[in-house]
Design a protein around this ligand. Structure first.
Ligand SMILES: *Cc1c(COP(=O)(O)O)cnc(C)c1O
Length: 357
């Protein structure tokens, strides 16, 4: 099989060695002659996996002891509601920065729970920038932000200064760069953008911030339920948690967040440099707000679409078709993507221009 350069926006590329180890564990886990997915989640083997996964998150992101780490189900999409249930005071309100489709969905969920202040939005320019100038209402229970806008290719460059707690959906840039966890009361992220397969969602929550909403929270949506049971209130998604653990171990073994951040910066610089200097391409996001994870761009001459598509397909590039809301192309460069794959894309863009410009 020839190598595919997988630029998929999610589910994402994972390290080859992680996939290999995961596939072996499905047949025979830890020489137990049992499959990882047919053994009790309460067995020592799996309890160890869960603990390792938690410890890796803590270590890689420097999570303070006052924060709990959970691996739950429902995706980031359930996180939208979980965040509001646990943090929006009964009869209170919350502030949302609307930076794209996911941010807007988060806002819509919260609006079912109470009053939402949309304090900033980049909808006026099809979400091609990250608003920074906004007033945070002090009466709101929290400020919600989406740190990386997977569809539109923008990324928050600086955490806002806020007197109210900040909640962040970090689905598509968690573990890609250094963060300061204590800036947030809650961070949540679906696994399948930068950590593992779909099926588990990471929550990092400041324990002392919970239990204050004054709401009756359904058991499964109550983060305290899951804290009390170490993410094992009900059967956890064992396979996605295991693969996430392997990916985090891979990250740690290679040098952790500092290592990956530098590589991610290099990958993004390589591609954006080509987009900016190649006359046949144009970036869609405002330069200062461009995402290191998802680069969105279009052809300056749409008539050459078939020619370009044929060229990248021949080069074994996969997953760069843009989202329907933006059109054009989107190259996602998550942690496991080697810089060599980005170079292949850049070389195709150069060759395309030599041929057709
Ligand atoms: C993909 C994505 C989501 C949705 O995640 P699910 O796990 O599919 O619910 C939410 N937020 C962001 C920023 C995303 O990229």
């Amino acid at each position: 099989m020839s190598k595919v350069h997988n630029f998929s926006a999610g589910p994402c590329i994972l390290p080859q060695e992680v996939l290999k180890q995961a596939s072996e564990a499905v047949i025979n886990f830890n020489n137990s002659n049992l499959s990882l997915i047919e053994m009790s989640h309460r067995s020592k083997d799996f309890v160890d996996v869960m603990e390792k996964a938690r410890n890796l998150v803590r270590e890689l992101l420097n999570v303070p002891d006052t924060y709990e780490i959970l691996f739950l189900q429902g995706g980031a999409s359930l996180g939208f509601l979980t965040a509001a249930y646990n943090f929006m005071k009964d009869g209170g309100s919350a502030a949302y920065v609307n930076t794209g489709a996911w941010a807007n969905k988060a806002l819509q969920e919260a609006a079912k729970m109470g009053k939402v202040h949309e304090i900033a939005s980049s909808k006026d320019k099809n979400y091609n920038y990250f608003p920074t100038n906004f007033q945070i209402p002090s009466e709101a229970s929290y400020l919600h932000i989406t740190t990386n806008n997977t569809i539109f290719g923008t990324q928050m460059k600086k955490t806002p200064i806020s007197r109210i707690p900040i909640i962040a959906d970090m689905s598509s840039d968690i573990f890609s760069k250094k963060i300061n966890v204590s800036d947030y009361d809650l961070i949540y992220a679906g696994a399948q953008k930068n950590m593992g397969p779909a099926g588990t969602t990471l929550y990092i929550v400041k324990q002392s911030a919970l239990g204050k909403s004054g709401r009756q929270i359904p058991t499964m949506l109550n983060l305290e339920t899951h804290i009390k049971k170490d993410s094992m209130f009900n059967t956890p998604p064992v396979f996605p948690i295991y693969v996430s653990m392997l990916t985090l171990q891979w990250l740690k073994d290679n040098g952790g967040i500092e290592w990956i951040e530098e590589i991610n910066n290099k990958k993004a610089a390589l591609l954006y440099n080509e987009i900016d200097n190649n006359p046949l391409f144009e970036g869609t996001a405002k330069e200062a707000d461009r995402s290191n994870m998802n680069a969105t761009f279009v052809l300056t001459n749409d008539g050459l679409k078939d020619e370009f598509d044929a060229m990248w397909q021949t080069a074994n590039i996969s997953g760069i078709k843009g989202h329907r809301d933006v059109g054009g192309y989107r190259a996602s460069m998550y942690n496991a993507m080697p810089i060599e794959s980005v170079q292949v894309l850049v070389d195709v863009m150069k060759e395309f221009t030599q041929k057709f410009a």
